[in-house]
Design a protein around this ligand. Structure first.
Ligand SMILES: Cc1ncc(COP(=O)(O)O)c(C=O)c1O
Length: 370
């Protein structure tokens, strides 16, 4: 075992410089006894919509709730179809299932791990109601093509930006091309809360208003319910923490992009596929992914060297037991299945030291005997 250890993510070192401020903010919430929604959440909503360069932000209690609300306000109904990538976190598909609609899994573009627009167009049927584009690993999906396809067929377009706070495509921040964009602030995300958290961002005042009612039991006035709603409210403590951390996200993204560049330069020439940015795309490198057919040997080797890797996602969604009734067979979405077999996520987090990253690089090179 090596002296240097490198976890996949070290949240403790990331949060350490901000602990006192976070603790003071949490104490302020406790003193106020305003624990749910309220001024801290409103301040965060204003700051985060400005950060996304979008008009509205509705704070909720998770990225999954954000996706569910986005699906509901687009009018997805039982029996409708919602097109989602097969290679993503499961919540991307839950939003269709929660509304008793059918998730229709389509393949990814292997260059970006994001939805393949041609596969989306081929999957459209008269029942299709919406498309969910995931900006996977922090890389923006092909939004211009997807917007054009959705407009041509009259479909709603949701962006799942749970992993992509601040990513840009052709200069535009994620959150401005889809009808609604969903974020997660789960602690492992690029902008972490100290607990669960999420948000929906939109440029539509009408959708914003509907979301605000739905997250709060379908209610704008206590004990009067316009529609059957949910308890998806953001907690004040999470709003307060996010207000402290949001001003740091640009520096964090800068650090992630510099680390990604360093990996790409140092690992060039090895028999692995390195991540690429599509033309016009600015990834926020939520994860840095290598691809190689025999990944398990490298994972074990790195573990011996004290390096933690992660493996999202070892099984594509169309082959998950919970979706067995949809009848997808192995081989039906080959790029998603290949990604599930080949991807290794290397440590990448803004507080990773140069020494830690150098240890990862040297170890990978030594695995390949170079
Ligand atoms: C792509 C993607 N979508 C949705 C989610 C769901 O977010 P949450 O865990 O906040 O519910 C996550 C994260 O877990 C995710 O990575």
């Amino acid at each position: 075992m090596s002296d240097i250890s490198v976890p996949p993510l070290d949240l403790k070192s990331l949060l350490a410089p901000h602990r006192e401020k976070i603790a003071a903010e949490i104490n302020e919430v406790i003193d106020s006894c305003y624990f749910v929604l309220g001024p801290k959440v409103e301040a965060f909503e204003a700051a985060f919509s400005a950060y996304c360069e979008a008009a509205h932000c509705v704070g909720v209690n998770s990225g999954t709730s954000a996706l569910h609300l986005a699906t509901r306000v687009l009018g997805v109904e039982p029996g409708d179809e919602v097109i989602v990538p097969a290679y993503t976190f499961a919540s991307t598909a839950w939003c269709a299932s929660y509304e008793k609609a059918t998730p229709v899994f389509v393949d990814i573009d292997p260059a970006t791990f994001c939805l393949d627009p041609k596969a989306v167009e081929a999957a459209i049927t008269p029942k299709t109601k919406a498309v969910v584009a995931v900006h996977l690993y922090g890389h923006p999906a092909a939004m211009d093509e997807l917007r054009a396809i959705c407009d041509k067929h009259g479909l709603g377009l949701i962006e799942d930006a749970a992993q992509a706070h601040g990513a840009r495509l052709n200069g535009t921040r994620v959150g401005n091309v889809g009808d609604l964009t969903c974020f997660s602030f789960y602690p492992t995300k690029n902008l972490p809360a100290c607990g669960e958290g999420g948000a929906v961002v939109t440029n539509s005042a009408e959708l914003d208003n509907r979301l605000r009612g739905l997250r709060n039991h379908g209610s704008f006035e206590r004990y009067y319910h316009n529609e059957v709603g949910f308890n998806y409210r953001m907690e004040a403590i999470q709003g307060a923490v996010l207000n402290i951390l949001l001003p740091h996200i640009e520096a964090w993204t800068h650090a992630r992009r510099a680390q990604a560049k360093r990996y790409t330069e140092a690992l060039a020439g090895l028999p692995v596929e390195l991540p690429q940015e599509a033309p016009g795309a600015e990834s926020v490198y939520h994860l840095y992914t290598l691809r190689m057919p025999k990944r398990d040997e490298l994972i074990a080797y790195l573990r011996e060297k004290g390096i933690g890797t992660s493996n999202h996602y070892p099984r594509a969604l169309h082959l998950q037991p919970c979706y067995a009734d949809l009848g997808y067979k192995e081989g039906s979405l080959p790029e998603s299945e290949r990604a599930a077999r080949e991807v290794i996520n290397l440590p990448i987090f803004p507080s990773m030291s140069e020494e830690q990253q150098a240890h990862v690089i040297t170890s990978i090179r030594s695995f390949f005997g170079s």
